[in-house]
Design a binder for this molecule. Structure first.
Ligand SMILES: *Cc1c(COP(=O)(O)O)cnc(C)c1O
Length: 355
């Protein structure tokens, strides 16, 4: 099915205001946004227009009751200059899983993908040329209905905006294993990419940073014993030659990088097990000398190598070098920019004649 997306181009592009050699992270946006309204049970008026503030009623339900979800993905450029998307259909599916949990309407997958591709095609000049950089894409949905009361909203907006992101240099990071605050409890919203999950994580993250750590390592809500994930990343450990990652138990975000890394590691001949992992097990492996590597996975940074995990009265040393994680990161990055054969069929080319 093809949606009739109307396009209102910007009068004068703002691209010459951006210094591609010095892109401030998350602060610059492309010329356009995709936007679509949900009214009377239907998605209507899909359009691309110049990026601008969206008028909001003070009683808009997203502001009060938090019906707001988002996605995060990137567009890369092939050596021939063709925009490439990494597994975008999985983002469309995940948005709808989040929507379901939060009592919000689904966005038809074709509408999500068409809006995304049209926007990327129109703003393709904003995909930074340097290796390691990309155009970050942020699809999101929020409740716009003006209503004070507790029920699902009846009107929403689905928007996609784009923000150029400079090269990210992976350095080894330190995690703080959090035993006071939690991110997700069984039956909660941990699996949804919901704005409220982040709201609850902001203060614990600030406190961890004040202690000298880069990110929070979240533990389970009931016992503070089982490892869930890191701030905006899933987590992997290499112990005695094999990889383990926490199982998707309902409180862990279904990371697309996580899924891809599992497939990649298996194709490299490694054993990867998804199961419950305790912080004690990681401490023990570090003491035994069997803990070889640990790393986080997520769209924003790709792979973040972990050198240390801090707890209240101790420090778990992981490793200062992460050779397998580096190899996985390099492979993933080469596939994303079309420099390595896409043997998993992960990449989607964006036809730029569309726009
Ligand atoms: C988005 C996100 C991830 C990573 O997901 P990717 O699809 O790999 O980018 C991991 N954890 C949380 C909490 C997230 O919001």
């Amino acid at each position: 099915m093809s949606y009739n997306i109307s396009i209102t181009p910007i009068e004068k592009s703002k691209i010459d205001q951006l210094d591609f050699n010095n892109i401030p992270l998350g602060m610059s946006f492309t010329d356009h946004m995709f936007i679509c309204d949900y009214e009377n049970g239907q998605w209507v008026n899909p359009r691309i227009e110049p990026l601008q503030p969206i008028p909001t009623h003070p009683a808009a339900m997203a502001l009060h009751y938090g019906q707001a979800i988002f996605e995060g993905m990137k567009a890369y450029k092939s050596p021939e200059g063709i925009p490439l998307l990494f597994r975008p259909e999985l983002n469309a599916e995940r948005l709808n899983k989040s929507a379901e949990r939060m009592g919000m309407p689904e966005v038809p997958k074709e509408l999500f993908l068409e809006g995304l591709k049209e926007l990327v095609a129109l703003d393709k000049a904003w995909i930074p040329p340097q290796q390691g950089s990309a155009l970050y894409l942020r699809p999101f949905m929020y409740a716009t209905e003006a209503f004070i009361g507790m029920r699902a909203a009846t009107s929403y907006k689905f928007v996609i905006m784009a923000s150029p992101a400079g090269p990210y240099f992976s350095k080894h990071i330190k995690l703080w294993a959090e035993k006071q605050y939690i991110r997700a409890a069984a039956g909660g919203t941990g699996e949804a990419k919901a704005a409220g999950n982040y709201a609850a994580a902001i203060r614990p993250t600030e406190l961890a940073k004040a202690k000298g750590y880069d990110q929070v390592l979240w533990l389970d809500a009931a016992e503070h014993k089982y490892i869930q994930e890191v701030g905006t990343m899933n987590i992997f450990f290499k112990i005695g030659g094999n990889f383990i990652t926490p199982e998707l138990d309902g409180s862990v975000l279904h990371g697309i990088t996580r899924l891809s890394v599992i497939e990649l590691l298996k194709s490299m001949g490694y054993k990867v097990t998804e199961r419950k992992i305790t912080i004690d097990e990681i401490r023990q492996a570090s003491q035994d000398g069997t803990l070889e590597e640990a790393f986080g996975t997520g769209t924003a940074v790709g792979i973040a190598y972990i050198k240390e995990i801090g707890l209240e009265n101790e420090t778990i040393h992981v490793s200062d070098e992460s050779p397998v994680a580096v190899k996985v990161n390099d492979t993933l990055n080469a596939i994303k920019i079309g420099k390595l054969e896409d043997k998993f069929s992960w990449m989607t080319k964006v036809e730029t004649e569309l726009a």
